[in-house]
Design a protein. Sequence first.
Length: 145
Amino acid sequence: MNNIAIGADHRGYRYKASLMNRFAIAGHTINWIDVGTYNETRTDYPEYAKVVCEKIKEGEAQYGILFCGTGIGMAIVANRYKGIYAGVAWNEQVARLSKEDDNVNVLVIPADFVTEDEIHDMVRAWLTASFLEGRYQKRLSMIDE
């Protein structure tokens, strides 16, 4: 079972809700930890990125997914946390490579630039991919030094 902390600002709310209600991967059970927002009323993205990262740091979640308009703001906030590797993905291939090459543990999705079907494909590709380690781990270690 994967515990996934998920958060969105107002621009990503409908995609967050769709993912939580419709997403499935055969052979996998997902426990969503919804940190908000809970409607499309304007809100500020940093508060949701912080809570998702805290859930991972505390061990409550193995992964995080964040939505905002461009994904950039959420990624900036998330990458300030040690041990969090947040990456913005806009298609299935980028989502898969984010895990394989960079061991991204927080997938950030630009809600204004993707469709609902693309989001489901991206999350599926990301969750089923495996980190390749080797030279890629060396690069992450350089970041963490």
